[in-house]
Design a protein. Sequence first.
Length: 220
Amino acid sequence: MAASAPVDRRAALKARHRQAIVDAAATLLEEHGGLRFTVDELAELADVSRRTVFNYFATLDDVVIAVCSDVLGGLVDTFVANAVAEVPVVDTSAAMFAELVRAIRTTELVGPMAYLTRSLGGPDRRVDLESPWAATLLVRSFNEVSVRFAAAMAVRHPRADVLEVHLLVNALTSGLIVLYYHWLAATGATDDAASRVVWDAYLERLVTAVGVGYGAVPAS
């Protein structure tokens, strides 16, 4: 126990530093819209050194991706919370698909997506649909969430085929990226009741489309 304590403290300190950087970046993104801050400003707000920032992130883009991934990570959290309460585990594609759909349907995504739109947008706080920078960051962020989702699903279903797990997860998370852009164009990324109706309708179309390939679509 004595030997592991210093390692645990170092790991905890590293985790706190990384989270402080991500939290500071989220604040700066919300304040300025887009990547309109420097590493020095980020380090000052996070109360770490400039060198510490680069110990965790190679570029500011990587920091922004971490922010986006944290914002979208509620999907994984919801899945894990639902999975813990569900027994027994059935390792079939239809069962796994139902669990993933339940997590996506019950996770609040409109608010986080509206936040990301403001944060990645320009002065008008709207993401440029033609912006390669914003598109790349969004795709990488959704991909990170997909990796976490697949890892959680693999733990939940250890006997399931790994390839099938990844295909299932990526089919849905890739579809969410497409839905985001259509939702943004249709609603302007407003966070209100009308916007949520649009998102829910798009989401059901995704579930139906993917469900045709993976089994019966779960009832709403």
